[in-house]
Design a protein around this ligand. Structure first.
Ligand code: NAD
Length: 296
């Protein structure tokens, strides 16, 4: 059994850390907010800082919102880096910028420690069910060491390449998810305005070629009007920003991604930054002057 640190215990981090405790590992926990009684009640040990977590644990996982938060968690005052000693492994499971990830990895390597970028897909549902897809960048030996922990949190676990490649894969994932939400939103909105029952249309399409997890999960949210997150629009805006900035650096166009980002911005302009990303449909609904289903 391993001594594991977990920093960032929000929507995703809390259930992921919970699975590691349930598997019998010793968990050292830190968040800028108080650690929940549920996690300490199961035996998780609350620490006062990232440094304290890193002093006690051999593998330290971060699951915080964005690139600046990972920077603060690792290199801020009393951060993880200040508690590390050679031979430990830092695993960032947040979704952040691939370029900065390489810089973070180099700084952690300079302390004699390995770094893995290991962002996830599957959402809150996947975090709770321990069925996340985990896409990893970093050295093979560190991957092999951490894999048994990944297996307690996820199912489809792939070492894609070196540091940064895990985050690049996640950006690709977020392009597909955003564009599919847009496709499902347009389809259900069209069906509803044409007079068909969108719940039945979704059901009818689920067996066919248009089926997807997005049609199942986000399509249901659009019909039932459950836009509490889940995955917040502001986090998806962050991910598409990584895609669009990266594309600019690579001198390539991502036209549909740019459109999806504008639709998220329209939601944010209408008070929706913290809505679930399935609420992208609300921007389409404003354009259509029609809703998929009446708001509850
Ligand atoms: P969240 O906001 O619910 O949780 C983040 C946690 O990090 C919060 O509890 C916050 O207090 C803590 N935190 C922030 N800065 C910190 C710091 N410097 N030190 C310690 N703790 C700090 O976010 P989430 O939904 O759990 O998402 C976390 C990451 O996972 C994001 O990068 C997100 O893009 C990614 N992700 C989320 C989902 C999802 O469906 N929610 C799915 C896949 C990936």
């Amino acid at each position: 059994m391993a001594k594991v640190g977990f920093v960032g215990l929000g929507i995703m981090g809390a259930p992921m850390a919970g699975h590691l405790i349930d598997a019998g590992h010793t968990l050292y926990l830190y968040d800028v907010k108080p650690v929940s009684a549920e996690l300490t009640g199961k035996g998780g040990i609350a620490c006062a800082s990232g440094a304290e977590v890193a002093k006690n644990a051999d593998i330290i996982i971060t699951m915080v919102p964005d690139t600046p938060h990972v920077n603060a968690a690792l290199f801020g005052e009393n951060g993880i880096a200040s508690g590390l000693s050679a031979g430990k492994i830092v695993v960032d499971m947040s979704s952040i910028a691939p370029v900065e990830t390489k810089e973070f990895a180099a700084k952690i390597n300079a302390l004699g420690c390995d770094y893995l970028d290991a962002p996830v897909s599957g959402g809150e549902v996947g975090a709770k069910a321990a069925s996340l897809t985990i896409m990893v960048g970093g050295p093979e030996a560190a991957f092999a060491t951490v894999k048994p922990l990944f297996e307690k949190m996820g199912k489809n676990i792939t070492l894609v390449g070196g540091n940064g490649d895990g985050q690049t894969t996640k950006v690709a994932n977020q392009i597909i998810v955003a564009l599919t939400i847009q496709a499902v939103g347009e389809a259900l909105l069209f069906a509803s305005k044409a007079g068909a029952d969108p719940a039945k249309v979704r059901e009818a399409l689920m067996g066919g070629f248009a089926n997807s997890r997005i049609l199942e999960v986000h399509g249901e949210r659009m019909v039932k009007r459950t836009f509490n997150p889940g995955f917040r629009i502001e986090l998806h805006q962050k991910d598409l920003n990584l895609a669009l900035t990266g594309a600019r650096q690579l001198q390539m166009a991502l036209p549909a991604t740019a459109l999806a980002q504008q639709l998220f911005s329209a939601c944010a302009a209408n008070g929706g930054a913290a809505w679930d990303h399935s609420a992208l449909v609300k921007a389409l609904e404003m354009l259509a002057n029609h809703t998929v289903a009446p708001d509850a």
